[in-house]
Design a protein around this ligand. Sequence first.
Ligand code: MYA
Length: 626
Amino acid sequence: MYKSIRPLTKLRLNLDNILLPTQTIRHVSQAKVDTERLEKIKVPESNSFVQNIFTGEAKVANFFPYPKVLSEDELQFIEMVSEPALKIHATEYDATKAEETEQLEPKHLQLLKDMGTFGIQVPQEHGGMGCNNTQYARLAELACGEDLGISVFLGAHQSIGYKGLLLYGSEEQKQKYLPGLATGEDIAAFALTEPSAGSDASGIKSRAVLSEDGKHWILNGSKTYISNGGIAKYFTVFAQTPVKTSSGEIKDKVTAFFVQRGPGVTNGPPMHKMGIKLSNTTELYFDNVKISHENVIGNVGEGFKVAMNILNNGRYGMCCALSGTMKKAIEIATAHANQRTQFGNKLASYSGIQEKIARMSMLHYTTQSMAYMLSGLMDNGVKDYQLEAAISKCFASEAASYVVDETLQILGGMGYMRETGVEKMVRDVRIFRIFEGTNEILRLFVALTGMQYAGGHLKEIQRAMKNPMANLGMIFEEGTRRIRRSVGLDAPDLSDLVHSEFHPEAQVLAKNIVAFSSAVEHLLIKYTRDIIHEQILLTRLANAAMDIYVMLVVLSRVTRALNNKVPSVDIEKKMAKIICSEAHIRIDRNLRSLRSSELLRNDEGHREIAKDILANGGILHSHPLD
Ligand code: MYA
């Protein structure tokens, strides 16, 4: 599944830091542990809901009430801006034709420029629309979801292409580059992936060294699968650079550069893709490219964090664009089901079709709830959202795949034909489970980051136990917590936050959080640091975390719907009840599977089968006719 095991080895080192005494911890004499010292070695607290469920805590303050960041005027502004695009989509824009030519017609490109869609979040003083994340999200959902080719063209430009400047750029960089980027005169791209470094992002080989006179950097290397690679004027490029560590040693560390197309920068021909064909994708080559010091983004040696935070920051955009696509697909599916007669009845009257339509709508509701929860958290100044962003990306991309696939299924043979546009949707959404971090690697990221956090808390308790007299308070608190948990009393109380009609679901959520943290502790104790090798278990744990987050987000949104008596409250209630019930069933199954001897045996069996097949280079079973 993975091209390389490097990232996992590195993730192990991270977990080691927590599960084993680190340097910081080692110098604290065991005999002298006191509360003051313990404070110093405490694991940094996180406000992330997902991260905290690994320790059994429900940090929900940022999630209730469901964020409302936009005033009516701000919302109307977005509806107004997107109006021309919606009109064009409804009348003359032909996504299938744009896909054939693999580019936008000049008049449609001009329309996007006129609407300001190249600089949605660029501050107005630099020529952009100055939108916050929620406005960006709504615009992406309205104007881009209809054709994911356009979404990726615009998203690669601003969600990641020049996002580094918005997040880490100096005032000079912003003044110099943002105006041209905001109008769409200049196009940007994000250049991280390399032929030998996809998921293993920190394993990139492109390298920049200082020139002999130290006046500039010289970049060499190549990148691949770069969206906008053939049309961009500017590239946010990540490269290894020699950096002096605190011990005086010279080590390669990643640095981010804002590189202008010029001597030494070339690209390959457009790559032929399965979908999102309108978006240009190429390889990029850097041959002794001179880069000035002013074009470093952030600090030298801190580029990996820059890359990760750009990706974290952009993930809600994908969810919103996919929410737009899912809405469109559901409209196509319902129109067909309502008009197509088979066996004497409309498709819409058959329960098999009804179940599909309901599931599609519930997946859309959850995706949309996650998207605006995330953009709202970010607009409300929450900093710790990396796990929520990873989960939302995984959920949205899988939900969209399911929805467009079921749309095609409902349309039957007709859906397989190009005219309906549905087969294009199926091809377009497929990449969303792969780019911006594959869903597999993001699940491991969620599970291991959470385990590291929980491991740190366990370690604190362990350390405190070494000098119980000095840490009586902490030990007593932990002891009480464990006793309460063992008799089912330790579940967080969410009844003040969740609408009374959903108190039963809130209680189930609370119990799930307790069960989840107990499963985490079980895994940490059973496998200690070797848990990093247990990808199958980590993935199931991440799936349970995802479903717990699904419940939280949906409970928050439906509470808002009930409190505000929104017109769609009845259907929202019906959907939320089933979403929570089904999420609970999956959580229960996933958590139980972590301890089920039968399933653990099957896991081993799967691995053995796979090893044999891999060694053979294909299937091993003989043909039934042999
Ligand atoms: S762009 C290419 C996308 N590529 C990837 O996403 C690469 C995936 N790989 C990774 O994310 C990392 O390499 C993993 C870590 C996770 C595997 N946030 O030792 P480490 C920290 C914050 O574990 P590794 C594309 O597809 C970590 O805590 N921090 O690292 C474009 C640690 O910190 P510390 C993070 O083993 C498509 C340090 O980094 C994160 O190498 C076009 C090192 O960690 C994180 N997430 O691997 C899209 N991860 O040292 C168009 C790690 O302090 C979009 N760290 O402990 C279209 C959208 C539509 C929008 C619509 C628009 C209008």
